[in-house]
Design a protein around this ligand. Sequence first.
Ligand code: A2P
Length: 343
Amino acid sequence: MKPGKDGYNVAIVGATGAVGRTMLEILTTRQFPVDRLRLLASSRSAGTVVETAWGDLTIEDLATADPSGTDIALFSAGADRSRAFAGSFAAAGAVVIDNSSAFRSDPDIPLVVAGVNDHAAFAHRGIIANPNCTTMVALMGVAPLARIAGLRRMVATSYQSVSGSGMAAMDELVDQVAWFQKNRDALVFGGWEEPDVKVYSRPIGWNVLPFAGEMAEDGHTNEEWKLVNESRKILDLPALVVEPTCVRVPVMVGHGIAASCYFDRPVDRQEAIEAIKASPGVQVWADRVATPLDSAGIDDVLVSRIRPTLSEDGGISLWAVGDNLRKGAALNTIEIAEVLVAG
Ligand code: A2P
């Protein structure tokens, strides 16, 4: 893919999903140089017409679509689809920017947070991986500190919104909130019956699930391992110690991460504030509390509660919160495309 062209042929794979729809919106608002746009999804959506800034487009069935002629393919249709189809788009000459977990741990595939490790994007061989939304939001706050003082250890707890699990999870939250509301006393005094659960193993309405993702090694979930392994890869710190807990909360959009960070040398609060402020795509809310609702629908990650750690001198605790559909997913894929286009 040549940088600096006036227009590119772009495909969104998973265009009907929560992230895919946000990709379309961001391509439009950022005026990405699109020559021709294609929208792809499953056979269930194929044939549906979507109004876009590039005309009315008919959704194509990914299984039968011809990948040729695509410059940039933005994938967000789940890891199985990425494994099955990203290779054919790359072989046909596209750069695939993949939002799934399929390629993130592959040492030959760059894992890029725009604004943190842009240089890594240029080492691609047809596929670039977009990090997990929790890691991305956390590192927008933590990477500026890692850069100035060398990060040794990070203890991080996530508060992840349901949109990270897709449209079905958003519906499940709305349905369960309404269902429980009819049983209000049971929420206070107990005696509630388990509502229908489809996406999550336990109710998410009016509740908190201290278990995001699926059980993996050593009693940790795969979401927790993503936070460990992706932080190491993006920061290029293979020995970084990460102590993760991933929690799902009844929030529609916006992942929050409470992180305590320990460095090679002491960092004080003011220095931390200055370093984070100087980094692109982040706002420091030094005297205000940033919540998921504040982050929903905006591009910047919000960092607040910046304070010294108590267990060790010179560490910093902070709270980072960001729109998991935007910086945590769709925005970052498009920012990676912008890095490639700028060359
Ligand atoms: P579809 O709407 O046709 O099912 P989300 O995670 O928000 O639910 O979005 C998932 C996205 O991935 C949707 O665009 C969905 O399309 C797409 N998708 C799911 N399964 C397939 C499949 N087998 N082939 C192509 N796209 C798929």
